[in-house]
Design a protein around this ligand. Structure first.
Ligand code: SF4
Ligand code: SF4
Length: 460
C-alpha cells in the first residue's frame, strides 16, 4: 500500500476481518524499554503480534508504540459508523495495539462512547488495554468547577469504565497562562485531579500541550509538585526543528522532547504525520524515500522517525480507515528505527517542506462544526495540497498559464468540497477562531482562499 489517504471498500474490509477474526488474543510478554523482534520480510500485517512496546517507568504498563487516536472516526449516513469502529478497534487489539486516546470533545462528543462500545464489543478484558481521555474544559468563556467535574464523571460513563489509565489536562497552552490558571488552578480542578490519582481512579496524570510555551515551561518547572506521569506533545520530523517556520506560535519538538526527557517524563506523541501532510509528500521527496525503501509507505517514514526516540511512549494516529491501521501496525511490528543517515535525509526534507507557504492546519477539527457549514480543515487541506503539488495558480494574472491553472484550481476545489462547505460560505463570524490550537486566523485565511478562488473571474 502506498500513501495513507484512501479507505477500503466495505466488502474488502469485511473480507479482511474474516481473515483476522480467528486470531487468538495475545498475552503481552515482558519487554524492555524498546523491544525489537527481528523484522520479517515481506512485512505483511502479522497474526503473531510483533508490535513494539514501550514500558511506562512508573506503572510498568507495556504500551504499544502505535496508539489509536479516536478523533477521526469513520462516518456513514452522517452518523459514526459504529460497526466499522468496532471492527477497527478489534483489529487493532488483535494486532497488539493497546493504547486508545479519546476526549469528551472529539467527534462532537461522540468519541468516548463510541470507543467504550467498541472496546466492550471486542471481548478483550479491561486490563489488556489502556484508555486515555481528557479534561477538555475549553471552548466556552466560563467553566465552573462543577461543570468540569461533571465532564470528568461523564467520561467514566461514556467509556463504561471505573478507572482511567491516562488522564490529560487537554490542550494546555491553547490559551495563555491566564487561561490555564482559570481552567485548572483558581477553581481547584488540578487539586481535584491529583486526589483522583491518589485514589487510583486516574492511574497516570499528564497534559497535552499546544502553542504557548510559557505554560509548558511552567508545568515542567513544577514537576516536583505535580509529578507528571507523561506529557503529550506534537512531534514529527518537520516540527522537530522547524515548528516555528511552519507556525510562528509553535515550539520545536526537539526542545519539548528534551525538556521532558531530562525530567524522566515519557512522551505521548501527537501529529506524527503533521495533519496528514507527511503521508503524501511532493513527488521530489516521495521519490527519495521510495528509492531507499520501495515497499514502505511514505507515512511509515514519519512513524519510524517518531519511534526512533526512546522516550516516546506511544505515537498516536487518528486512523479513520482500515488501511491506515494496517499500514501503521506493519510499521511498528516491529519498529525498524531510522539510521543516522535516514534521519539526515528526513531533516533535509523537513527543511525544504518548512519553506512551503502552507496553512499549518493539522485537521484536528477542534474548530468544527462551523455554524455556517464551512468545512474549515477541508478547505485548508485542498489549498495545502495545491502548494505541495505546485498546482496553485501563478500570482500574476498575465502569466501565460494563469487561466488554465486558475480553472483547474477552482474545479479541484469544487470537486473536493460541496458548494456549502467552501470558504465562500464563511460569514466571518469568528466563532471558530479561539478554538484552533494552531492559532490559525481561520476567517482571514478563508478570506484569502476566497480571493484566490475569485481571482480572474470577471464576475467578481
Ligand atoms: S468565521 Fe467562518 S469558518 Fe469560522 S465559524 Fe464563522 S463562518 Fe464558520
Ligand atoms: S483550523 Fe485549527 S482547529 Fe481547525 S482543523 Fe485546522 S488546526 Fe484544527
Amino acid at each position: 500500500m502506498d500513501d495513507n489517504n484512501k479507505g477500503l471498500s466495505r466488502r474488502e474490509f469485511l473480507k479482511r476481518l474474516g481473515l483476522t477474526s480467528a486470531v487468538a488474543m495475545v498475552e503481552l510478554s515482558p519487554l524492555s524499554a524498546i523491544t525489537n523482534n527481528k523484522p520479517e520480510k515481506p512485512r505483511e500485517p502479522n497474526a503473531n503480534n510483533m508490535m513494539t512496546y514501550r514500558v511506562h517507568r512508573k506503572t510498568g504498563d507495556k504500551v504499544s508504540l502505535l496508539g489509536y487516536g479516536m478523533m477521526r472516526l469513520p462516518f456513514k449516513d452522517r452518523q459514526v459508523d459504529q460497526e466499522l469502529v468496532n471492527a477497527e478497534v478489534k483489529y487493532a487489539l488483535e494486532h497488539g495495539v493497546n493504547y486508545f486516546d479519546t476526549s469528551p470533545h472529539y467527534v462532537n462528543g461522540r468519541s468516548e462512547s463510541s470507543l467504550g462500545e467498541a472496546l466492550k464489543a471486542s471481548g478483550f478484558p479491561r486490563k489488556s488495554y489502556y484508555i486515555a481521555t481528557k479534561m477538555s474544559n475549553f471552548g466556552e468563556p466560563e467553566w465552573p468547577m462543577e461543570k468540569s467535574v461533571e465532564m470528568y464523571h461523564q467520561s467514566f460513563k461514556q467509556l463504561q469504565v471505573d478507572y482511567i489509565d491516562y488522564y490529560l489536562l487537554h490542550g494546555i497552552g491553547m490559551g495563555s497562562m491566564e487561561s490555564f490558571q482559570k481552567r485548572f488552578i483558581d477553581n481547584g480542578l488540578l487539586d481535584f485531579l491529583l486526589k483522583e490519582r491518589e485514589a487510583g481512579r486516574i492511574r497516570n496524570l499528564g497534559f497535552s500541550y499546544h502553542a504557548d510555551i510559557a505554560v509548558f515551561d511552567h508545568l515542567l518547572a513544577n514537576h516536583d509538585k505535580y509529578k507528571w506521569d507523561f506529557a503529550q506533545i506534537e512531534m514529527n520530523y518537520v516540527d522537530w526543528r522547524h515548528a516555528k517556520e511552519v507556525n510562528t506560535r509553535n515550539t520545536n519538538a526537539e526542545y519539548l522532547y528534551n525538556e521532558c526527557e531530562k525530567r524522566g517524563i515519557q512522551c505521548v506523541m501527537m501529529e506524527p504525520l503533521l495533519g496528514g501532510r507527511l503521508a503524501k509528500l511532493p513527488d521530489v521527496y516521495s521519490r527519495k524515500l521510495k528509492e531507499r525503501r520501495p515497499d514502505d509507505s511514505i507515512a511509515s517514514w514519519a512513524f519510524r522517525f517518531c519511534g526512533t526516540y526512546p522516550n516516546v511512549l506511544t505515537a498516536l494516529s487518528g486512523m479513520t480507515y482500515m488501511e491506515h491501521l494496517i499500514d501503521n501496525v506493519k510499521t511498528y511490528s516491529p519498529l525498524d528505527p531510522c539510521t543516522t543517515d535516514e534521519l539526515a535525509l528526513l531533516e533535509d526534507i523537513a527543511t525544504n517542506l518548512a519553506a512551503y507557504p502552507t496553512i499549518p492546519c493539522t485537521s484536528c477539527k477542534y474548530c468544527m462544526p462551523c455554524p455556517f457549514g464551512v468545512d474549515i480543515p477541508g478547505n485548508f487541506a485542498y489549498y495545502n495540497n495545491c502548494i505541495n503539488e505546485g498546482t496553485l495558480p501563478p500570482t500574476e494574472e498575465t502569466a501565460p498559464d494563469f487561466k488554465e491553472k486558475q480553472a483547474a484550481f477552482v474545479a479541484g476545489f469544487n470537486k473536493a468540497l460541496k458548494p456549502s462547505e467552501l470558504a465562500t460560505a464563511c460569514t466571518g463570524c469568528r466563532q471558530c477562531q479561539s478554538k484552533c490550537p494552531q492559532r490559525i486566523r481561520i476567517p482571514n485565511q478563508l478570506s484569502r482562499l476566497v480571493d484566490l478562488l475569485e481571482k480572474g473571474n470577471p464576475e467578481t
